[in-house]
Write a protein that binds this ligand. Structure first.
Ligand code: NAD
Length: 477
């Protein structure tokens, strides 16, 4: 499988950076060079801004029906190219082919959903107080968007922003992930080949801080969307706020998991282990802080540890691999530090805990139990294949622990009691809660956090609203 030298996509053309600067792309399964990606400079960003600005009015006034048809063509192309794109994603990101293919196909479903939803971006007629007055709200595209996406889901993170922006009638500049540039470029290629006019979609790579500090304050940009860590999100939301630009922020999480003594423990173990170790735990909604009711805790822990130990970790080139390497080398010392900190403060390491081999960035599925609440892992997002398991004796205690942190992205619970489920859905402070299954991240449902986990949603009808502005018209006679 060959890997492309990825270029920038500006004003409908693939081209290198004006300076010809490039960054190296590494293969996380070997740690060796895979290819290159062009590194945009100011001149390239100016060209992207000009392109996004010049086409904006035309795209905004393109009928929603036509926008929908073009987008649905892009979805078809993405489906048709899914095998090749998924192979590239596996190479650059490390995830097994089946997961990469699943992400790519799900991307096509996201495009379809937003394409259709864009046809339903209705304004309103508001009953007036006088018979000859007409009051209307008009929903219209907010303007050119600057979007910043990370490396953990190279297609999914881009396609949510891209689809919502295009369906609303916005043009967009995406700053894609430098670590995993080929698969998002292939996604953008589907939109280009489907007939999206030049300039509506632009894709750049480079120095993230340099690009965000130039694009966000720029007068052409009217909307900002970012997915990544909470500290960076706060920085970028602050910058957007200074320039009075709305910002969607999909940030870090620290998902609590509550397993009660009336739960189907086997089901909980198998579903949660699959979810935890998917994408090597580099998922913002990854289950992390497990709380198991004391009477079922040993049973749960034994089974979960056995499941973690059975996971086949290996390169995507081995079809039997269930979990790939970490996408970035820097995650290894971060995880090692978290584990040493937890064990040093009294936690028990039940399995895993270290890097596998010295080629590539593989890490063992890791389970810690009896983890003191003040340890780093109990407070910072691990973003890796690590689980911290503690026990609880009653519902109040479990809910209090679930709500202890300022994050509020995903939460999970297993219980057969419907009254308890009712209580959890009201009292757990998270943007999303999934009870007795993992049911998040579908195109038609909200996806987003509260508190330090972010602002706004990237799924469901509200996601489209984020790219629209509402204007009010009142007319007499
Ligand atoms: P990081 O904080 O350095 O970067 C996170 C993302 O933000 C990357 O995509 C990076 O390119 C981008 N970024 C960083 N500084 C930026 C800036 N000034 N302007 C624009 N973009 C910027 O962390 P990392 O080592 O890449 O990833 C680890 C942490 O990031 C994790 O702990 C996790 O909290 C977070 N993360 C979250 C998601 C998510 O899906 N919410 C995805 C990736 C990373």
């Amino acid at each position: 499988m060959s890997y492309p030298d990825v270029e920038l996509f500006i004003a409908g053309e693939w081209r290198p950076a004006k300076s010809l600067a490039k960054l190296e792309v590494l293969n996380p399964a070997t740690g060796t060079a895979l290819g290159t990606v062009s590194r945009a400079g100011k001149e390239d960003l100016d060209a992207a801004l000009k392109a996004a600005e010049s086409i904006f009015d035309e795209w905004k006034h393109t009928s929603p029906m036509l926008r929908c048809q073009i987008m649905r063509r892009a979805a078809e192309l993405l489906r048709a190219r899914a095998d090749t794109i998924a192979e590239q994603m596996s190479l650059e990101q490390g995830k097994p082919f089946a997961q990469a293919k699943g992400e790519t196909s799900a991307g096509a479903d996201i495009i379809d959903w937003f394409a259709e939803e864009g046809r339903r971006a209705y304004g309103r007629v508001i009953p007036a107080r006088e018979p000859d007055v007409t009051q209307l709200t008009i929903k219209e595209a907010i303007g050119p968007v600057a979007a910043f996406t990370p490396w953990n889901f190279p297609i999914n993170q881009v396609v949510r922003k891209l689809s919502a922006a295009l369906a609303s009638g916005c043009s967009i500049i995406v700053k894609g992930p430098e670590e995993t540039p080929a698969s998002p470029a292939a996604l953008v290629g589907c939109f280009a080949d489907a007939g999206v006019p030049a300039g509506v979609v632009n894709l750049v790579y480079g120095d993230p801080a340099e690009i965000s500090s130039y694009l966000i304050p720029h007068p052409v940009i009217r909307k900002v969307s970012f997915t990544g860590s909470t500290p960076v999100g706060k920085l970028l939301a602050g910058l957007a706020g200074q320039h009075m630009k709305p910002a969607t922020m999909e940030l870090g999480g620290h998902a609590p998991v509550l397993v009660f003594d009336d739960a189907d423990v086997d089901d909980a173990v198998s579903v949660l282990a699959a979810s935890k170790f998917r994408n090597a735990g580099q998922v913002c909604v990854s289950p992390t802080r497990f709380m198991i009711q004391s009477s079922v805790s040993e049973q749960f822990i034994d089974k979960f540890v056995r499941k973690a130990e059975s996971i086949k970790v290996g390169p995507a080139s081995d079809a039997a691999s269930e979990m790939g390497p970490l996408a970035n080398e820097r995650r290894i010392p971060a995880l090692e530090h978290m584990i040493a900190d937890a064990v040093g403060q009294g936690a028990t390491l039940r399995t895993g805990g270290k890097r596998i081999g010295n080629e590539g960035w593989f890490f063992e599925p890791t389970v810690l139990t009896d983890v003191p609440v003040q340890t780093e892992i109990m407070n910072e997002e691990p973003f890796g294949p690590i689980v911290a398991i503690n026990t609880f004796s009653n519902d109040d205690e479990a809910i209090a622990e679930a709500n202890r942190l300022s994050f509020g992205l995903a939460a999970y619970a297993w219980t057969r009691s419907s009254s308890r489920s009712q209580r959890l859905q009201h009292e757990i402070q998270s943007g999303m809660i999934s009870i007795n299954h993992i049911g998040l991240s579908l195109p038609e449902v909200p996806f987003g956090g509260i508190g330090d986990s972010g602002i706004g949603t990237e799924g469901g009808a509200d996601a489209l609203e984020a790219y629209l502005q509402t204007r009010f018209v009142t007319r007499k006679g």
